[in-house]
Design a protein around this ligand. Sequence first.
Ligand code: ADP
Ligand code: MG
Length: 877
Amino acid sequence: MKPARTKTPRKPLVKKGSQTNLKDPVGVYCRVRPLSFPDQECCIEVINNTTVQLHTPEGYRLNRNGDYKETQYSFKQVFGTHTTQKELFDVVANPLVDDLLHGKNGLLFTYGVTGSGKTHTMTGSPGEGGLLPRCLDMIFNSIGLFQAKRYVFKSNDRNSMDIQCEVDALLERQKREAMPNPKTPSSKRQIDPEFADMITVQEFCKAEEIDEDSVYGVFVSYIEIYNNYIYDLLEEVPFDPIKPKPPQSKLLREDKNHNMYVAGCTEVEVKSTEEAFEVFWRGQKKRRIANTHLNRESSRSHSVFNIRLVQAPLDADGDNVLQEKEQITISQLSLVDLAGSERTNRTKAEGNRLREAGNINQSLMTLRTCMEVLRENQMYGTNKMVPYRDSKLTHLFKNYFDGEGKVRMIVCVNPKAEDYEESLQVMRFAEVTQEVEVARPVDKAICGLTPGRRLRNQARGGPVGDEPLAIEVVLQSFPPLPSCEILDINDEQTLPRLIEALEKRHHLRQVMIDEFNKQSVTFKALLQEFDNAVLNKENYIQGKLNEKEKVISGQKLELERLEKKNKTLEYKIEILEKTTTIYEEDKRNLQQELETQNQKLQRQFSDKRRLEARLQGMVTETTMKWEKECERRVAAKQLEMQNKLWVKDEKLKQLKAIVTEPKTEKPERPSRERDREKVTQRPVSPSPVPLSSNYIAQISNGQQLMSQPQLHRRSNSCSSISVASCISEWEQKIPPYNSPLNVTSIARRRQQEPGQSKTCIVSDRRRGMYWTEGREVVPTFRKEIEIEEDPCCRGDVYKTRGGGQSVQFTDIETLKQESQSGSRKRRSSTEAPAQPDGTECEWTDVETRCSVAVEMRAGSQLGPGYQHHAQPKRKKP
Ligand code: ADP
Ligand code: MG
């Protein structure tokens, strides 16, 4: 019963080779395996992730005259000793699988000497799945849900695929399962522990952008090429242990698309990685057994594991696969583990095996030649024939190099020194290969139906994935129907048997219906229970949810508050920062001002010092000038004074002469001459001693008055003496005007009447009297005395105003003494009389002395007890 075919649009024509001008070089990668022993000599070094360096090992150098050579080889990428299988897969194989899933062909092979890690890389080692299981894993991870039912796709012997509807496929499955030796492998079988750890890939790898509106089928085949013969490793041949038949070799054929294929090769449809790897493992086992039995060296054979991915679009309903063979896309990924590339002599093979080995070597040599010719053709535009047909290996992959597809090669190297020469050969081959360019595979043709058909069908409740239909399950549980073919007219058994079988089926159906009803009731009850439980849970969860929401809202509020606080603080910080800036500015300004002021002060200070120095100079200069001036003036004044004195003397003499007229004697001129001589002997500027100070001293001492001139007086000149003597003479002769009293007589009288009347003698205005301690002092002159200072002489000269003559007023005794003592120091003239307490005092200046004299005069009128108040100042230092 075939489903009605849905009309499909024409497949858009995609001309093959329309993109052939786009070519990619063969991707050549290098994997360096770790040394077997750490102390092994190494001759390969990974320089960076694209370069390796080979250097001549020690032993090799000895043979070659110690030549040391280093050669570097570049690859698309170099994988060092620590590279994991996953890393290698991601870079090398992942893009090939991706291409496969998008309908493009790919070829991946490992090349290298025996023991370099080809099989480890391709198949893997225990616990380390290689590229093969990883590729399978990625494929099934990607197409998992979109796989077609088993036998929907059926491979034919023309290297293409047939398609059949799902029911046909189901019936075929049943038929095959009814066979004594069921050929349909179960995808739910237990995994062989032998390889279990090689396919349990932890990393989930999946291709992107898988066309969901297609169904997919995976077919694997596994062949071995040994001695230029192709053997099918998956072929089921009954094994005869007595006379084992040598395996039949297969032939290569070319399909209508010019792809080469192994005619009659077993191709197994697989539904999972485990199933696919199990198939591979079966082939691997067979290979090993055959090699042992046939005494072959396994390293001398090439193995090719082919993965063919078939995809067909879903029909317009998205329910069934489109039953159009032309719409089927087949892509192929060939994983090739090449034989060891070492030369024959290395294995020391002999006889038959040597010949075989030579052939194997031949196939690799052919591969090499093919690559070289290809490169030459591509590089120089030549059209040399590529010798693909010279070996089965190259012939099989002819289409990859001539047609299109992605080709990648992993060069495996063992860095040990023993492999140096072989490794060099491998590197040279790799160099050639990566210069060969292969046409980039074209994109898959678009089927022209609206995308998203599967999804729409699923939404309508259509089948999902690879799950078996319920009807299939039921059908399988029914007892098989007996043959209903009636060949004999007398056959009375077939029909009753059929009736019986059908009745049995009917009864079974009734039982099943009852069972179903019962189960549905139970299920309903269960559902109800479950519903209630769910409701309870829902309520409980709702309560919890509300609680949590409350907490969350509380936390939100707190968050808001904190945010506000944060903002305020930020604002404050901003303000503070601004204030700081202002203060800093102020500080800077003030500092500047301070500096300016300091500078100004410094300037002023230096100005002041300069000024001081100048003033000092001026003062010194002025002082010197004035000193000179003073000296000059003093000299002038002295001269003048001396002249005056002489004039006075003259006058006095004349006066004396007049007074002593009765006497005939005239003052002798010669005596004046003597005086003058005396004067010339005196100091330059003798100044007379003031009378007043002399008096005060005498009076305060309370001792003799005029009679005892003990004080150091300086007589101005000898002329003074002569004047005084003249006057005394004159006074003795002429009684004094108005109550004349001789000083000496007074003194005498005192001595006679001690302690007598202290009554002040009333004196005339012209008579100077002075009282002290009740003693009467009578000045020498009775004339009115006027005191004037002569600033030039600094002397204490008192002028008398009488008759217009000026008379020096001094103590006669003192003058006498002084005239005797001759020159005395100027200082003694200024010495003050000793105070009653014994201290020495000094007349500070002329003015004071004058005032004292005046007051003395005034005091004479004040009466007894009068004390002179003008105390002399303490002697200045
Ligand atoms: P080949 O297939 O080239 O003859 P194999 O793959 O059989 O070499 O490797 C030989 C040995 O070296 C194996 O035991 C394998 O486990 C080990 N081997 C190879 N390559 C590696 C590798 N990259 N890391 C660890 N061991 C490796
Ligand atoms: Mg190997």
